[in-house]
Design a protein around this ligand. Sequence first.
Ligand SMILES: Cc1cc2nc3c(=O)[nH]c(=O)nc-3n(C[C@H](O)[C@H](O)[C@H](O)COP(=O)(O)O)c2cc1C
Length: 385
Amino acid sequence: MLQHIKFLTAGESHGKGLSGILEGFPAGVPLSEGLIAKDLARRQMGHGRGGRMSIEMDHAEILSGLRHGYTLGSPIALWIQNRDWENWKQEKMSHDAPLTPVPEVTLPRPGHADLAGTQKFGFSDIRNVLERSSARETAMRVALGAVCRAFLKELGVEIVSHVIQIGPIKAQRKSDHAFKSLNTVADASDVRCLDENAAQAMIKHIDVTRKAGDSVGGVFEVLASGLPPGLGSYTHWDRKLDARLAAAMLSINAMKAVSFGDGHDVAEASGSQVHDEIITENGNIRRATNHAGGLEGGMSNGEPIQVQVTMKPIPTLAKPLRSVDIKTRKVGMAHKERTDACAVPAASVIGEAMLALVLTDAILEKFGGDSLDQVKAHIAATGVR
Ligand SMILES: Cc1cc2nc3c(=O)[nH]c(=O)nc-3n(C[C@H](O)[C@H](O)[C@H](O)COP(=O)(O)O)c2cc1C
């Protein structure tokens, strides 16, 4: 779904580390490892995470594409080492054939990629699937998204997110937080929620769920401000920005639904309640409201983009569900791994990264330019802002 930039990730959850390459990214963007580290740390936060996050201190090393603090326009390669590799390399994750047989994982977890993945590749050991289907991969997406965020920032585009639901607990949506400070407030909350009362109830709900050996999902919202109208296009299905955003969000592990603006509520409302009247403000054409979430006809309309993403409960359960051994066909309880009970706060940071990647792509597609200065000049020349 990306039209201009490309990115690739590689790496297993308990492998040596994660690699990422971002290609087609402009020159002249100020970038540092410290800047990427900020977003990686934000992804590691959140009440409900498992033991893994206390082992990892994610840091992305920039291997190429940067000189004297500015991007070169050449591919940007990143590397995140898995600290946990030290504990796994001798045995379960050795690259060479193990000296002694390693026990295979044979009881697939309902809700995970285990069963379909082993059937797809003909594996007898579920570990061959779970190592890559794990959301550990999203650490690299956050790193690549941070690179894009640096570019967007130079253009005055800000991306923020917050959690609006965990299990049955919903946050009050009326918020007086200014767009710019939204992430500061969200990051100060253990569940990245702006509504303090709801946040307390969410934390309790996670604790109760975890104690019961269960897991919980929720909903987060990602927003972007400072965008010009006309990103994406109504002219063809695969150019539509809302479709591209939905695909990007649904590509995050465990995301099951996406909505924009007023989201699912539009089904019940009438047209006059949903569509945003067109007004002028200091001579500029604006919208009186933003029910559409900044998207009409598959294009940005100049209002903030607002995407809500629903995450299902984590599949690995301390009290596992019934399963069937793929080797013996005997009924048993599903495989258990160290696991998160809730990862919605972390997922919201991953959502920011995917939004940053898609918006960078859409801006380069519309305005073009090999360097940041050229992109800026092209935007200024169109007079769209
Ligand atoms: C930040 C994050 C952390 C996750 N942590 C876990 C985990 O600890 N255990 C688990 O079973 N699933 C976890 N998941 C979800 C699985 O990766 C996901 O459900 C699985 O890959 C199957 O894909 P699907 O749910 O999209 O069908 C996590 C997802 C995210 C976004």
